[in-house]
Design a protein around this ligand. Structure first.
Ligand code: NAD
Length: 257
């Protein structure tokens, strides 16, 4: 049994992971952590203090907030527990905390834990290698409650596209357009965030050529898509002995050999 502690357990993703883990006997949900105001003590072992329940050998799955991510990274490194983290919108300081934790323990980090998005990223690289010079625009849609924009997944896709074109991402990415911005340059990658309703996650990469265009699109219909990916990452983290910062590609490679 893999002992799992869930940080952000009362949230949208936390509840999806509870649902997914409950149907998988190899995982035991040892603890549910959230902010004190959101604890639901009638329903499982809840605590607002991760340190209080964390032991060596546990796997923490964290989908909460940048602060929750940083706190989980520190606690996991101190206690010798592995960390699977999906929180997006991290600051450079949060990223540094993850890298520091990864010097001591296994950390699996992904802006999107769905298998379909992992496949989309590979398909995008293949398409870009065949379509030099086509314009790249990314459009993402999410529910009205999403805190960060654009999504971490859109930034990952844009980063992949910039790398494939040999462009520095910090100069190539164009977040929305407004006013007389003039014609589009060949070296820009447009990134656009749509917010509303209950969209779980929708990412379209548009590749536009002369008189034709191609759309590569992934639509998450249920948060269980991310939850099952996070559990696969937890299994990977429990087995992996070498500390380090891993991503969903490492998890997929370990499954397919
Ligand atoms: P949510 O707001 O529904 O839930 C977040 C939960 O975390 C809340 O219950 C909140 O009380 C709790 N929380 C916040 N700060 C905390 C802290 N310091 N300690 C403990 N608990 C804390 O959000 P959500 O939709 O579940 O998304 C959570 C994060 O996961 C977001 O950053 C989102 O972008 C990301 N996300 C990632 C993926 C992926 O595949 N990587 C998929 C979906 C969402």
């Amino acid at each position: 049994m893999i002992p799992v502690i869930l940080v952000g357990a009362a949230g949208r993703m936390g509840q999806a992971i509870v649902q997914a883990a409950t149907s998988r006997p190899e995982f035991s949900l040892k603890g549910l952590v959230d902010l004190a105001a959101n604890l639901r003590p009638m329903d499982g072992v809840w605590n607002s203090n991760l340190d209080a329940m964390l032991e060596r050998g546990d796997v923490v799955i964290e989908f909460s907030s940048p602060l929750g991510c940083r706190e989980a990274a520190r606690a996991c490194a101190a206690r010798g527990a592995a960390l699977v983290t999906g929180t997006t919108g991290l600051t450079p300081e949060d990223e540094a905390a993850l890298r520091e934790a990864a010097r001591h323990v296994v950390v699996v980090r992904a802006s999107n834990f769905s298998l379909g998005v992992a496949a989309l990223r590979r398909a995008l690289n293949a398409a870009l290698s065949r379509l030099p010079g086509w314009d790249i625009e990314i459009v993402e849609r999410h529910h009205r409650g999403k805190a960060d924009s654009p999504s971490g997944t859109a930034l990952s896709l844009a980063g992949d596209a910039a790398a494939a074109r040999g462009l520095p991402a910090e100069r190539a990415l164009r977040f929305g357009r407004e006013g007389r911005v003039g014609p589009r340059s060949a070296d820009e990658i447009g990134v656009h965030a749509v917010r509303g309703g209950t969209w779980i996650g929708d990412h379209a990469v548009l590749l536009a050529g002369e008189g034709e265009w191609l759309e590569l699109r992934h639509v998450a219909q249920d948060r269980l898509a991310f939850a099952h990916g996070a559990l696969a990452a937890a299994r990977f983290a429990a087995r992996r002995k070498e500390p380090g910062l891993y991503d969903i590609e490492d998890v997929l490679e370990s499954q397919t050999g």
